[in-house]
Design a protein around this ligand. Structure first.
Ligand SMILES: CC(C)=CCC/C(C)=C/CC/C(C)=C/C=C/C(C)=C/C=C/C=C(C)/C=C/C=C(C)/C=C/C=C(C)/C=C/CC(C)(C)O
Ligand SMILES: C[S@@+](CC[C@H](N)C(=O)[O-])C[C@H]1O[C@@H](n2cnc3c(N)ncnc32)[C@H](O)[C@@H]1O
Length: 379
């Protein structure tokens, strides 16, 4: 009886140099020899440390969580502290605080000088990244969702993260103003860094009117207006988010050149009259069919030659990387509707929607955002 295609025994392949090498690396006897042999022991140590880094990833991020939650970096920013001093400030046993501080130093976030702990430059940088501490704090949801990663991958769990960002399920889901405010605060704080990244990667010189679709509470719009004299921006987002944007930007000088356009890009027309559009951290929240419909709509709303800029954290594609393909890929999976795409995948969706002159500039800081730009064909 013929075997079905997927139950056929795998025919033994001729070993290649690569497969021989992998078998050696997987052999405990070879490992123990290579750890002693002078020409290979450095490599064995580096590989072991790299592997250990992955093994302990969760523990390291829980240490980071505790440091942030107890505001240790803020407490020692100006004056190094001892375990005893910090323990009494936050109500922890001294020996536990000592362990936490020692762990923070082990991670390179703190520096130990005798029995005092100071911030390292990296620890100080953590305080300065807008929204990062709140991002770290909301990871409790993500880690709960990933507690059983196999069940999660099988789709047998009900991830909680999706409820934190309710807007992705459609305009109706974000009607509760408290919920809308919660996510828009975190989104707005983290948008500053993304705005910087986009404006460093692409120039808006020559653009007269920009629509920022799904622009949140307007941090990117404000940064674009500051960087580009004469530019006018229309900020489009769900009505509740636009209300939050009006509140957040009240009194700002950029208001003179900023228009608000409440609506849903799924159901309502896009603003007219823009010669460029931005989609900053919007596409990765949505499935391909929503993205395709949105891109087609953007193309119809722009004039011939009009430009579209897409910016968000992306997959490394053919060169997988830990930021796009581990953190953001699993984050988006926990969100349920979204997916991280590579520059090439976004370029393909843009081409399918009829955009041309698609550019994929090399990202400056891929952990903040990568960019893809495209144009509507000239008439
Ligand atoms: C020698 C001495 C003492 C001093 C000289 C040293 C000196 C001056 C060094 C420079 C130090 C410096 C300025 C460092 C700067 C470091 C920076 C800017 C680091 C930035 C790090 C940014 C990070 C880690 C960003 C993380 C972002 C995250 C985790 C974002 C998550 C976003 C999510 C989950 C969004 C979700 C949205 C949704 C729902 C998917 O749509
Ligand atoms: C991840 S946030 C990005 C916000 C902002 N561009 C940023 O980078 O911080 C996605 C934004 O898309 C908006 N959005 C989601 N669905 C939408 C829809 N149907 N119409 C308009 N905006 C929508 C959300 O309200 C949210 O502000």
């Amino acid at each position: 009886m013929a075997l079905a295609e997927d139950t056929k025994p795998i025919s033994p392949r001729r070993p290649t140099w690569r497969s021989r090498l992998l078998k050696l690396a997987a052999s405990p006897r070879f490992q123990s020899w290579a750890a002693r042999f002078p020409l290979t022991r450095g490599l064995v140590r580096r590989e072991g440390e790299a592997l250990f880094g992955i093994v302990q990833g969760f523990v390291a991020s829980q240490v980071l969580f505790a440091l942030v939650e107890l505001r240790i970096p803020h407490r020692i920013l100006e004056r190094p502290g001892t375990a005893k001093e910090l323990a009494s400030e936050v109500g922890l046993a001294v020996d536990r605080m000592q362990r936490l501080l020692q762990a923070g130093a082990g991670l390179g976030l703190l520096r130990r000088r005798g029995d005092r702990f100071a911030l390292s430059t990296r620890g100080a940088a953590l305080i300065g990244v807008p929204g990062l501490e709140d991002m770290i704090r909301h990871h409790d949801l993500l880690y709960r969702d990933l507690a059983d990663p196999v069940a999660f991958l099988r789709g047998d769990t009900q991830p909680e993260l999706a409820r934190f960002w309710p807007y992705v399920f459609g305009a109706g889901a974000a009607e509760d103003p408290d919920t809308a405010r919660r996510y828009s605060d975190l989104m707005a704080q983290s948008q500053g860094l993304v705005a910087q990244e986009v404006l460093q990667t692409v120039s808006l010189q020559g653009t007269t009117r920009l629509m920022d679709i799904g622009g949140g509470t307007g941090a990117f719009a404000a940064a674009a207006l500051k960087a580009t004299p004469g530019l006018i921006v229309t900020l489009m987002d769900l009505p509740q988010v636009i209300d939050a944007a009006r509140t957040r930007l009240a009194g700002s000088p950029v208001l003179e050149r900023l228009h608000f356009f409440p609506g849903s890009f799924r159901d309502d027309p896009l603003p007219s009259g823009a010669d460029a559009a931005t989609l900053v951290r919007v596409l990765y929240d949505h499935a391909d069919d929503t993205v395709t419909a949105l891109l087609q709509k953007v193309k119809r709303a722009l004039p011939p030659g009009g430009r579209l800029i897409v910016a968000e954290p992306m997959s490394g594609g053919e060169t997988p990387d830990p930021i796009g393909d581990v953190y953001f890929a699993f984050y988006c999976m926990a969100m349920r509707t979204g997916t991280v795409r590579s520059q090439a995948e976004i370029a393909a969706l843009l081409a399918e929607a009829g955009f041309v002159d698609i550019q994929t500039p090399r990202p400056l800081r891929a952990f903040v955002a990568s960019v893809v730009t495209a144009r509507v064909p000239s008439a």
